[in-house]
Design a protein around this ligand. Structure first.
Ligand code: ADP
Length: 243
């Protein structure tokens, strides 16, 4: 085997090993915390209802709802990522009306935005015909928009814009949230770094969402990057090249 081939195979083994470590660390640490919330509060709910004491049970139900949402988001990302990493996810680009897709992702996330009184604004051209894998593009949008909601305090805003350039489409998901330190910009998208913090209402996470976004955008030969200022907000950009 030539030296180049050996180096490439070493790099791919290293990547595989990092993937495996990340996977196990997520299962071991992060999956547990939403379940703790669900279990603890359903036990309380059950005991109080049995004693016909209904004080505060709507709040317990809300915690259960939010923790279940977090658990399902996490599991969805984890399963998608595992399918992608093990080549079980087909890449099937097609012409997609991204305007319609963005509106449907917004509809999915509107409840969690409303829970924090966050407005989601769209700034999109009418025609936005992108050649992309529908599932991957939707996953990227869902992760970036839900991060915008998660890391923005009450009454803030999230703005989704898109623009057709000469050779690509440029998307921007912008929020008025807590922002990110410059030192972390690159790390966010890397599997060998671990950046994860709680949302403004203690929403948990894994640091997997942006890695997944990076993998999916790279598959389209596009780019993804962030600009942000702590206490002001964040701007996540990504591009999809034209077919
Ligand atoms: P998760 O949100 O599950 O931790 P992500 O990969 O989506 O995983 O994000 C990794 C980390 O990047 C977050 O925990 C947070 O620290 C930071 N981050 C991501 N998006 C934003 C944002 N819009 N505003 C502020 N910080 C963000």
């Amino acid at each position: 085997m030539s030296e180049n081939k050996l180096l490439a195979s070493e790099a791919s083994l290293r990547e595989l090993n990092l993937t495996k470590d990340k996977f196990f660390s997520i299962i071991a640490h992060d999956l547990k915390s939403p379940f703790n919330g669900i279990l603890g509060f359903s036990k309380l709910l059950f005991e109080q209802i049995r004693n016909k004491d209904y004080t505060g049970i709507d709040e317990y139900a809300e915690v259960i709802l939010k923790s279940s949402q977090q658990a399902i988001n996490l599991l969805t990302n984890l399963m998608d990522w595992s399918r992608f990493q093990t080549d079980r996810m087909k890449f099937s680009p097609e012409y997609i009306d991204a305007n319609v897709l963005i509106r449907s992702v917004k509809e999915l996330l509107i409840i969690s935005a409303e829970q924090k009184s966050i407005s989601i604004k769209l700034n999109l051209p009418d025609k936005l015909l992108v050649y992309a894998d529908r599932f991957m593009l939707e996953t990227v949008l869902r992760n970036l928009i839900s991060n915008g909601i998660k890391f923005t305090p009450r009454k803030g805003k999230v703005i989704i814009s898109a623009e057709e350039k000469e050779k690509e489409f440029l998307f921007l998901i912008e929020d008025s949230g807590v922002g990110i330190e410059k030192i972390n910009f690159e790390k966010l998208f890397r599997i060998d770094e671990n950046v994860s913090s709680l949302g403004t209402e203690n929403e948990t996470g894994t640091g997997l969402g942006l890695i997944l976004c990076n993998d999916f955008i790279k598959k389209h030969k596009g780019d993804i990057w962030v600009e942000s200022e702590p206490e002001v907000g964040s701007k996540f950009y990504f591009t999809i090249p034209k077919a």
